[in-house]
Design a protein around this ligand. Structure first.
Ligand code: FES
Ligand code: FE
Length: 442
């Protein structure tokens, strides 16, 4: 593997193509990024009752996340400590325990080994069941969104989110909070996991072009962006990157704007009715973010579009493939009918066969697969749009850029990628708090 400073250059603007293809880089990502970062597991609303569980992946590790008797949430690796078999073969459900189908060891919903067949006769009662629990995962929840990490040294989830949490509160901290509608739709894309993360974190540039036809069919107010016919960098929106590697772009007044017809009208009315509450609770900045449409990503592989209501995980399956998990993001206090309308629209736009998802999938796959060519792979790629025009805003966390067409969040993502891949300890990783110091001249 080349040195990291050769893989990512010019503050994230230049990427060596090998990072989208090489197996050794991918394995290093598993070690330095996926075994350390907080990774989204599920939402509390999906496992509300004792015994509810979901199985998912952290990197390429199969894991189970489950609601406990005391209401807490625990997660553990889905691999039996006897011979390694999976103990849970289902995507989710409700259970009292998990029984390994190979030799019958039984694990409780907390991952502890509770029963072993022939314990007396064959193990002579000498087996140390306490030591043979499933590998446990550190779990924390932010406003109902449940994340896990394998790294005991990782900061709290709140600190990991850094300045992004302040922005996400605009919709996560509304009265009643948010929830996800599942089970997630699932599909396979033959692309590297970073292609969709960089797309969602800040690629407003492709919207008017790659989605021109889909925008017309969707028919919402955002359809005016097709073919880049309408774009004003000064007034249309912002892009934000925080040092923790997360970021987003916002189109002002766009929250409902990708929905067409009755969905747009019902959702817009909901936003109008709720806005005074948001302003009262969180101030006018976050009311503005609440009413905007966001493309966003939480480093490394969780993405969402607030407004189009799609919430996704890009789960790596080797360097050239991912499994996409798609939920629908709604406010908990929305009427059921509105939730259902939004959910249907999400399936039509960003579900497995959604019209916008199909546009993106084709492009992302080719962005990875062209690097199959040895000579192609020797080159680099360029994310220099708006470089040098980011600024510190006294009232907004992170680095801010004008307009929603920019590449600053992608550069931020690759700067973070490089920090992790250099193997830096948490104490040496950049933080929003350090950036805030600069504002006060520290
Ligand atoms: Fe699970 Fe043997 S592998 S009981
Ligand atoms: Fe897209």
């Amino acid at each position: 593997m080349k040195p990291v400073n050769k893989l990512i250059q010019q503050d994230g603007a230049i990427q060596d193509r090998a990072i989208f293809w090489d197996e050794d880089i991918y394995q290093k990502e598993m070690e330095e990024i996926f075994a350390r970062c907080w990774l989204f597991l599920t939402h509390e609303s999906i496992i509300p009752d004792e015994g509810d569980y979901q199985s998912t992946m952290m990197g390429e590790d199969s894991v189970v996340v489950a609601r406990q008797k005391d209401g807490s949430i625990k997660a553990f690796v889905n691999s039996c400590t006897h011979r390694g078999n999976a103990v849970c073969f289902s995507d989710g459900g409700n259970a009292k325990s998990f029984t390994c189908p190979y030799h019958g060891w039984v694990f409780g919903m907390d991952g502890n080994l509770v029963d072993v067949p022939l314990e007396k006769q064959a193990y002579h009662n000498e087996i140390d069941k306490d030591a043979l629990h499933l590998k446990k995962i550190r779990v924390e929840s932010y406003k109902g969104f449940v994340f896990g990490t394998f790294d005991d040294e990782a900061p709290s989830l709140k600190d990991y989110l850094g300045g992004m949490a302040w922005y996400m509160d605009s919709f996560m901290d509304v009265p009643g909070g948010c929830e996800l509608i599942g089970p997630p739709m699932k599909s396979i894309l033959d692309c590297n996991w970073k292609n969709p993360t960089e797309n969602f974190i800040g690629d407003g540039y492709h919207v008017g072009w790659a989605h021109a036809s889909a925008l017309e069919i969707a028919g919402g107010p955002l359809a005016i962006a097709k073919g880049n016919a309408v774009y004003d960098a000064e007034t249309s929106g912002l892009q934000v990157t925080v040092p923790e590697g997360h970021g987003f772009g916002v189109i002002w007044e766009g929250a409902a704007a990708l929905h067409g017809g009755p969905v747009f009208e019902a959702y817009q009315k909901w936003l109008d009715d709720r806005s005074p509450l948001i302003r009262e609770k969180m101030g006018e900045h976050r009311e503005k973010f609440y009413r905007g449409h966001w493309d966003a990503a939480i480093f490394p592989n969780c993405s969402f579009l607030y407004g189009t209501n799609t919430f996704k995980m890009w789960q790596p399956r080797g360097p050239h493939s991912i499994e996409v998990l798609t939920w629908t993001l709604v406010e908990k206090e929305m009427p059921d009918q509105l939730k259902q309308m939004i959910h249907t629209d999400n399936m039509l736009t960003f579900g497995t066969a959604g019209i916008l998802e199909s546009d993106d999938g084709e492009n992302m796959e080719q962005c990875t697969q062209t690097n199959r060519g040895y000579s192609t792979r020797q080159g680099t790629l360029y994310l220099g749009m708006g470089k040098g025009h980011e600024y510190l805003d006294p009232e907004l966390p992170g680095l801010v850029s004008k307009g929603w067409v920019n590449e600053a969040p992608q550069r931020g993502m690759y700067r973070r990628w490089a920090e992790f891949m250099e193997g830096k300890p948490w104490s040496e990783l950049s933080t929003t708090a350090q950036l805030e110091q600069k504002k006060v001249g520290g």
